[in-house]
Design a protein around this ligand. Structure first.
Ligand SMILES: [Fe+2]
Ligand SMILES: [Fe+2]
Length: 204
């Protein structure tokens, strides 16, 4: 998929090569390769579910842009830029979505609301996730290198039912957080409840 190019209106004029350089400045190679796989998977899901393929690809490519930014840098940005101070109780797992878009905006200039929202919601979820939001949420979980049972199950569900795939992922995330005695971000629990309801018929 090296021949992908994104509309300049979405990238503030940056070429995909320039975007890849930005990503490589912030990520190690393993995480960078994951981003490329999520980009491909997100584009496929967008075709399948009639969403904007370029927005999906761009959000997939950049979704983990801020995953490896140092904790101290995050703490400073949260304090200095008007983020909810309650975020300080969490970790990069939560921050790289909600606060991660601050780094993307600042360092790449990308401003597209739908792209940024999908990135913002990819770790915690959101009860009101749009189709594009769900595409990034799910693509992250089912990209080809993912092989755990829940990931395989979500990949199968995503052949026809994006909400069911999102639910399977959300359930798995909560089980992991609780199993590891980690703090659950409240919106993650609200997202689980919302998708439990949305997928009731599909699970019956
Ligand atoms: Fe992530
Ligand atoms: Fe990811």
């Amino acid at each position: 998929m090296t021949n992908i190019e994104y509309p300049q209106s979405l990238t503030q004029g940056l070429s995909r090569t320039e975007l890849l350089n930005h990503l490589q400045n912030r990520l190690d190679d393993a995480r960078f390769q994951h981003c490329l796989r999520v980009e491909t998977t997100a584009r496929q899901l967008a075709q399948r579910f009639d969403a904007d393929v370029d927005r999906a690809g761009l959000a997939g490519l950049l979704h983990d842009y801020a995953k490896q930014i140092p904790v101290e840098e995050y703490r400073r940005v949260i304090v200095e830029n008007g983020f909810d101070p309650a975020l300080l109780q969490y970790n990069r797992g939560v921050w790289h979505g909600i606060v991660g878009t601050w780094f993307i905006k600042t360092e790449t200039g990308i401003m597209d609301h739908e792209v940024l929202q999908a990135i913002e919601r990819h770790t915690t979820g959101d009860p009101e996730m749009t189709v594009l939001d769900q595409i990034i949420f799910v693509a992250d979980f089912i990209e080809p290198a993912r092989t755990l049972d829940a990931e395989v199950q979500a990949r199968k569900a995503a052949e026809t039912n994006l909400e069911l795939a999102s639910f399977i992922e959300m359930k798995n995330t909560l089980q992991y957080l609780i199993g590891s005695e980690l703090t659950v971000y409240p919106k993650t629990l609200l997202t689980y409840n919302a998708f439990l309801k949305k997928t009731q018929a599909a699970r019956a």
